[in-house]
Write a protein that binds this ligand. Structure first.
Ligand SMILES: NC(=O)c1ccc[n+]([C@@H]2O[C@H](COP(=O)([O-])OP(=O)(O)OC[C@H]3O[C@@H](n4cnc5c(N)ncnc54)[C@H](O)[C@@H]3O)[C@@H](O)[C@H]2O)c1
Length: 329
C-alpha cells in the first residue's frame, strides 16, 4: 500500500485537481452510482471524544474506502490535532488496502472544492469582491477554492474571534496575492457582506452569521458549516430571497442541515426550495443561475463519496509521480 502524507498530497494534487475530483464525485452520486451507508459514531467517553467511521463505494471508478475521524477535544492541550482524520482506499481487484492517506488535508481540499464547484457553476463571471466568514481549520482552503474559480480582487475576512482574523490574513496573504486578491479585515458581519459578490460561511456558529437582507442582488453564497439540525449559519431571509438552493446531497442536507430544517419547521418554505444537486447541475438536468440579479445559494454537509473519489485521484497522481512511501503489512 502507498502511504501519503500532507506533503505528498500537496506535491501531486492542486485545488484545481480537487475541484475536478469533486465534480466527478457529484456526477457519480447524482447518477445513482454510489453507495454511502450512514456514518457510524462510537463514543470515546473517557476522553469526551468520538470515533466516526465514514465508508462509501463509488461506482464508475469502482472504488470503496473509508474515512476515519476522531474528535478528541483534549488533544489541543497536548499540541495534537483535535480532529485527526485518515482515509483508507481499497484496491478494486483484490479488496486490499491500496492507500493510507492523511485525511485532514484531503478533507480541507475536498470540502473547499465543493464551494469551488458551486462558485464556478453559479457565481456571476464578473464577481470581484468576496467575503469569508470563519478563519478556522477549513478556511484557508476555502479561500483558495473561490480564488481558483473567480478573479476576485478583494476578500473581506470576518470571524467573531477577531484576533484570528489578523493571523489568518498574515498566513494567507501570499497565497491570495498569487491568485490576484487582497485580503482585508472586516470589523463586523455587515462590513463583510455589503456589496460582496461571493460569500462563503465556514463557521461552527449555531445561529445565522450575517443579515440576509444585506446580501447584494446577484451574489452567490456557499454554506459550509451547520452540519446538525440544531445549527444554523445561513440566514433564512437569504434563502427566501434566493428562492432556490443548490445542495451537494439532497438526502443528507434534509437530514442534517439546520440551515434548511429550521426554517422549514417554522413554515417559511418547504422542500421545493431545493433546486437540485450540484451533480444534476453538472449533468445539465437542472437550470443554474437564470439572470444577473438572482441570488444563488449552495448548502453542503459533505458525504464520504467525495473522500473516496478524491483519495482515488490523489493516489493515481502519486503513483504516476512516484510520490509516497510503499509499505506492506
Ligand atoms: N460541508 C462539509 O463537507 C464540511 C467538511 C468539514 C467541515 N465542515 C464544517 O465547517 C465548519 C468549520 O470547520 P473548521 O474546521 O474550520 O472549524 P473551526 O472550529 O476550526 O473554526 C470555526 C471558526 O468559525 C468562527 N465562528 C464561529 N461563529 C462565527 C460567526 N458567527 N461569525 C464568524 N465566525 C464565526 C470561530 O471563531 C472559528 O474561528 C464546521 O461546522 C465543520 O463541521 C463541513
Amino acid at each position: 500500500m502507498l502511504v501519503l502524507s500532507r506533503e505528498d498530497i500537496l506535491t501531486v494534487f492542486s485545488m484545481r485537481d480537487a475541484i475536478e475530483a469533486d465534480k466527478k464525485a457529484f456526477t457519480l452520486h447524482s447518477q445513482g452510482k454510489c453507495r454511502v451507508p450512514l456514518r457510524i459514531n462510537l463514543d470515546a467517553a473517557d476522553h469526551k471524544g468520538q470515533y466516526l467511521f465514514m465508508p462509501a463505494y463509488a461506482g464508475g471508478i469502482e472504488r470503496a474506502g473509508i474515512k476515519i475521524i476522531s474528535v478528541f477535544p483534549g488533544n489541543a492541550a497536548k499540541g495534537k490535532p483535535v480532529v485527526p482524520a485518515t482515509v483508507i482506499l481499497l484496491d478494486k481487484e483484490t479488496g486490499e488496502v491500496a492507500a493510507l492517506i492523511e485525511g485532514t488535508t484531503l478533507t480541507q481540499m475536498r470540502t473547499a472544492a465543493i464551494a469551488g464547484v458551486a462558485t464556478e457553476l453559479l457565481a456571476r463571471p464578473d464577481s470581484s469582491v468576496g467575503a469569508l466568514f470563519g478563519t478556522g481549520g477549513q478556511a484557508s482552503a476555502q479561500l483558495e477554492a473561490i480564488l481558483t474559480v473567480r478573479g476576485l480582487k478583494e476578500v473581506r475576512i470576518f470571524d467573531v474571534a477577531f484576533d484570528r482574523v489578523r493571523a489568518f490574513i498574515e498566513a494567507n496573504s501570499a497565497m491570495a496575492g498569487r491568485l490576484g486578491a487582497r485580503l482585508t479585515a472586516a470589523s463586523c458581519a455587515d462590513e463583510a457582506v455589503d456589496g460582496a459578490d461571493v460569500i462563503t460561511a465556514v463557521t461552527t456558529s449555531p445561529r445565522p452569521v450575517f443579515d440576509g437582507n444585506r446580501v447584494k442582488a446577484g451574489a452567490h453564497v456557499n454554506g459550509i458549516g451547520a452540519y446538525t439540525p440544531a445549527m444554523q449559519e445561513l440566514p433564512p431571509e437569504l434563502l427566501q430571497r434566493a428562492g432556490r438552493v443548490f445542495v451537494d446531497n439532497r438526502e443528507a442536507v434534509l437530514a442534517e442541515a439546520g440551515d434548511l430544517i429550521t426554517p422549514m419547521k417554522e413554515g417559511r418554505f418547504g422542500e421545493e426550495i431545493i433546486a437540485g444537486e450540484l451533480g444534476q447541475l453538472l449533468l445539465g438536468e437542472i437550470e443554474g443561475r437564470r439572470n444577473d440579479e438572482e441570488i444563488t445559494v449552495m448548502k453542503t454537509v459533505g458525504f464520504a463519496t467525495l473522500d473516496v473519489v478524491t483519495a482515488y485521484e490523489i493516489l493515481t497522481r502519486a503513483e504516476a509521480a512516484g510520490v509516497g512511501r510503499r509499505i506492506s503489512l
